[in-house]
Write a protein that binds this ligand. Sequence first.
Ligand code: ADP
Ligand code: MG
Length: 318
Amino acid sequence: MPLLEVKDLKVHFPIKGGILGRTVGWVKAVDGVSFSVEPGQTLGLVGESGSGKSTIGKAILGLVPLTGGNIFFDGEDITRYIGKNHSAYRKCVQMIFQDVYSSLNPKKRVLDIIAEPLRNFENQTKTEERYSVDELLAIVGLTPAAALKYPHEFSGGQRQRIGIARAIALKPKLIVADEPVSALDLSVQAQVLNYLKDIQQELHLTYFFISHDLGVVRHMCETLAIMHNARFVEFGSRESIYNNARHIYTRKLIAAIPDTDPALRDANARQRQQLADEYEREKEQFYNKDGQVYDLKEVSSTHFAAMPESSPPGGGDA
Ligand SMILES: Nc1ncnc2c1ncn2[C@@H]1O[C@H](COP(=O)(O)OP(=O)(O)O)[C@@H](O)[C@H]1O
Ligand SMILES: [Mg+2]
């Protein structure tokens, strides 16, 4: 059974206008998205800014009202808990943010920051609490001395690790990581991603990993969803997405991954330009006349791409 199952999720935000603040239109942030994640797996969600990624993450955490669809966690429909304080669910699902600095209270010591969820949910003595905090710090590679410092005394990568320590304090089952390394230097990104992977193994965590960068998710995620204009354009195993992308938007994103090998850089830039031209020429085939993304069609049992009904059968993955 999947740990998380999302069915036909829609989140539309009202646009208010006039002095009466009437609803004059809607922003369709998420418009019919379905997926599931098995326990212990990582699903990567990739797409450009504004495509609706964070809104899906917030919907899973119950932080935005749903316009339509259902979310199941461990088989239970959690849709009815949205907006309510359902403590059992809130313990099971935690979020890691991109902008960790603004989510760490600068006036609080690391001890109090990491202990906050413990104080809300567990009845620990001060000694037990300090032991828990030291243990969490050790998991993310920080010493007990860190507990008595303040957030500004740490580097960006260390602060993100403090954010991770807080997120895992209650031993959640699912972590929604929203661009967890996007604000970090490249050299530090890899380190934080490695911590996330190790912790996943150790605590048997399931990740919903959001990124605008296909390069970042490559080493993190077995399965990928590519999002554009509030819908999934492609969904499938890592291999099918990187080696056999069907949707023009996915292909454009793959071409945009920077090449680390300097010898390949020129060829890479040429290929990127070719794909940008191809995208302009072919995009009508991949979106309907209103610019909307088609429904996903099966390419193979592990690969789905948004194609018009009339498109020839994919012929499966090579
Ligand atoms: N609370 C909100 N009210 C109105 N519009 C919103 C709200 N949150 C997000 N949006 C809009 O929904 C769209 C998707 O936003 P978001 O999910 O943050 O995208 P992403 O995380 O992919 O950058 C954007 O057009 C954004 O402006
Ligand atoms: Mg976002």
